[in-house]
Design a protein around this ligand. Structure first.
Ligand SMILES: C/C(=C\CNc1ncnc2c1ncn2[C@@H]1O[C@H](COP(=O)(O)O)[C@@H](O)[C@H]1O)CO
Length: 205
C-alpha cells in the first residue's frame, strides 16, 4: 500500500539522522533576497551547532536552508512532495525522500526534529507552522520551540494572536508563548538548541 510504504521509507531514511531542526518557508523566496540569505544563514548555523536541517526540499526558502546546511558540510534533508507543478528536489539536498501524501511527509518533519524555524512564507508555511504548534499545544509531541524569523513579516500575526485571539480566550497565554519571534539567526538557533539541551542533556556520541 502506497501510504504505508511512505511511512516505512521515511522512517528508514531518517532513523539515523541524529539531532535535527525542521525549517519551513516560502517556495517563492528568490535567491539574492534578504529572506533567502536568512535561510542560508539558518541552515549554516544549525549545522555548525551539530544539527541536521530538514526542509520540504523545494525551491525558495527551503532551497536556501538546504544550501546553507550543505555548504557547511552537514546533513541537508529534503522531504519532497509530488505536486502538479513539481520541480523535484533542490540541488542542495543530500538526503532526499519523496512523498505523495502531505500527512506522511508532515509526520517526518515533526518526528525527526528537535525544533522548528519558520521563515516568511504563505499557505504551505502557515499550515506547517500551525500543525507544529497544535501538536505541541495538545502534547502530542514534546514541547519543542517554534521560532518565527522576520519580525516585520510575522509581526502582524504575532500581535493578532497575542491580542485578538488571546483576548477572545480561544488560546491560552501558555499557547501563544510557544511561539518566538526574532530577526537574529544566532538567537533563533540558540532558542532551538538550548531547549533541546534541556530536553536531552546527554546525547550519545
Ligand atoms: C510554488 C512552487 C513550487 C512548490 N514546490 C514545493 N516543493 C516542496 N514543498 C513545498 C512546495 N510548495 C510548498 N511546499 C511546502 O509548503 C511550505 C511552503 O509553502 P508556501 O505556500 O510557499 O509558503 C514549505 O515549507 C514546504 O514544505 C513554485 O515556486
Amino acid at each position: 500500500m502506497r501510504i504505508q510504504s511512505e511511512f516505512v521509507e521515511g522512517f528508514g531514511a531518517l532513523a539515523e539522522l541524529g539531532p535535527a531542526v525542521s525549517v519551513f518557508g516560502s517556495a517563492r523566496t528568490k535567491p539574492g533576497t534578504p529572506f533567502y540569505e536568512m535561510g542560508t544563514q539558518v541552515g549554516r548555523r544549525l549545522v555548525e551547532q551539530g544539527y541536521a536541517v530538514i526542509t520540504g526540499g523545494g525551491p525558495g526558502a527551503m532551497e536556501a536552508a538546504n544550501k546553507g546546511a550543505r555548504d557547511a558540510g552537514g546533513a541537508s534533508v529534503g522531504l519532497g512532495i509530488e505536486l502538479p507543478f513539481e520541480q523535484g528536489l533542490n540541488e542542495y539536498v543530500n538526503l532526499g525522500v519523496n512523498f505523495r501524501y502531505f500527512f506522511a511527509r508532515k509526520t517526518m518533519f515533526v518526528k525527526y526534529a528537535q525544533g522548528f524555524i519558520v521563515l516568511p512564507g504563505g499557505f504551505g508555511t502557515l499550515d506547517e507552522l500551525f500543525e507544529a504548534v497544535t501538536l505541541v499545544q495538545t502534547q502530542k509531541v514534546t514541547s519543542f520551540p517554534i521560532v518565527l524569523m522576520g519580525t516585520e513579516y510575522w509581526g502582524g500575526l504575532f500581535d493578532w494572536l497575542r491580542g485578538t485571539v488571546l483576548d477572545a480566550g480561544t488560546v491560552s497565554r501558555k499557547d501563544v508563548d510557544l511561539l518566538h519571534l526574532t530577526d537574529d539567526v544566532d538567537e533563533a538557533v540558540r532558542m532551538v538548541t538550548e531547549s533541546d539541551e534541556q530536553v536531552a542533556p546527554k546525547r550519545p556520541e
